[in-house]
Design a protein around this ligand. Structure first.
Ligand SMILES: Nc1ncnc2c1ncn2[C@@H]1O[C@H](COP(=O)(O)OP(=O)(O)OP(=O)(O)O)[C@@H](O)[C@H]1O
Length: 261
C-alpha cells in the first residue's frame, strides 16, 4: 500500500471566489473513494486538480509522488486514467470503439498512422471484453448509447494500466438496466487487488458500487466528512452535506438515501 494522492491545505480561488477551501485529503493505492456533494460543491474541481489538469491557488497537491507545479505533467498524466463527459466530447464520432480504447496507448484521440504493437492490441481486446464491449468493437463511437459510451470511456481510461483511475459521474443519465450493469462492472473492478486506486464522483448514494471503501463529502468547497464509507456515510453527515434530513440504508453493499418523512 502506498500513497497515490495528497491534498495539503488546498485552496482554489477563481474570480476572487473560493471554490475549494482548506482541503486535506489522502488516498492510498488500495482505496476506492467516492466524492459526494451538492451541485457546485467543487467535486469536478477536485478531479481537475487530481488529474493535473489545474493547479491549486495555495497549498499542495501531490499525485503519484509528484508535486504539481514541479514535474512534467505530460509524463504524470500517462499514469492517470480519467473518464468524464468532457473527455468523451473529445473523441471523434467516427472513431471505432476498438480505436477509442487502443489510441489511449499513444494518448491521442482519433487514429492516424500510429503503429500499435500486438501487445497493445491484445490489451485493448482484453479490456473490450472486460467492459462488455466486444459486440461494439467495430461500432462508431458516435452511434453508441449513453451506457455503451460510458463503458468505452472507462475502457479507454484503463488501457494504459493507470496507477490512479478517476471517474466523473460514470452512471449519470443511464437507464436503470444500464446503470446496474455498469455498477456490477465497476464493483468487480473495484474489488480486484490488481486495480488501481479509484476516485469516483457521483450525485447519488445509490450509484456507489459495492467495493468502494471510502467517501469524501464536500459542501461549499469544504470537506464535510471523509473516511471509511461504512463509518462516514451516515444520515447525519449526508444531512449536513445537503442541508436536509435523510434516512440512509445499506443492503448488500448498496446504499440508499431518502428525505426524512
Ligand atoms: N475556472 C473557473 N472559473 C470560475 N468559476 C469556476 C471555475 N471552475 C469552477 N468554477 C465554479 O466552482 C464551483 C464548483 O464547480 P465544480 O464543477 O467543481 O462543482 P461540482 O461539485 O462538480 O458541481 P456539479 O455537481 O454541478 O457538477 C461552481 O460554482 C463553478 O461555477
Amino acid at each position: 500500500m502506498s500513497n497515490v494522492l495528497r491534498f495539503s491545505d488546498v485552496d482554489y480561488v477563481r474570480d476572487g471566489r473560493p471554490i475549494l477551501s482548506g482541503i486535506d485529503w489522502e488516498v492510498d493505492s488500495d482505496q476506492r473513494w467516492v466524492i459526494l456533494g451538492p451541485n457546485g460543491a467543487g467535486k469536478t474541481t477536485m478531479l481537475r486538480l487530481a488529474t493535473a489538469n489545474d493547479y491549486p491557488t495555495t497549498g499542495q497537491v501531490t499525485v503519484l509522488d509528484s508535486t504539481l507545479g514541479k514535474v512534467d505533467i505530460f509524463e504524470l498524466r500517462n499514469r492517470i486514467g480519467f473518464a468524464s463527459s468532457a473527455t468523451a466530447r473529445r473523441i471523434p464520432a467516427n472513431e471505432t470503439v476498438r480505436d477509442v480504447v487502443l489510441t489511449a496507448a499513444y494518448s491521442v484521440e482519433g487514429r492516424w498512422n500510429e503503429e500499435y504493437d500486438s501487445l497493445d492490441e491484445r490489451q485493448a481486446e482484453r479490456i473490450l471484453a472486460e467492459w462488455d464491449l466486444v459486440d461494439f468493437a467495430d461500432h462508431r463511437f458516435g452511434t453508441l448509447s449513453d451506457g455503451e459510451r460510458k463503458r468505452a470511456m472507462i475502457a479507454r481510461a484503463v488501457m494504459t494500466d493507470p496507477e490512479l483511475l478517476l471517474l466523473d459521474e460514470p452512471s449519470a443519465s443511464l437507464d436503470l438496466g444500464a446503470r446496474e450493469r455498469l455498477l456490477q462492472l465497476l464493483s468487480g473492478y473495484a474489488q480486484s487487488p490488481y486495480s488501481p486506486a479509484m476516485i469516483m464522483v457521483t450525485h447519488h448514494v445509490e450509484e456507489i458500487p459495492p467495493g468502494f471503501t471510502h467517501v469524501l463529502l464536500l459542501r461549499d468547497g469544504r470537506v464535510q466528512a471523509a473516511g471509511p464509507i461504512d463509518e462516514t456515510l451516515t444520515a447525519d453527515a449526508l444531512g449536513a452535506t445537503f442541508g436536509m434530513e435523510f434516512e440512509v440504508t445499506q443492503r448488500n453493499g448498496r446504499y440508499s438515501a431518502v428525505a426524512h418523512a
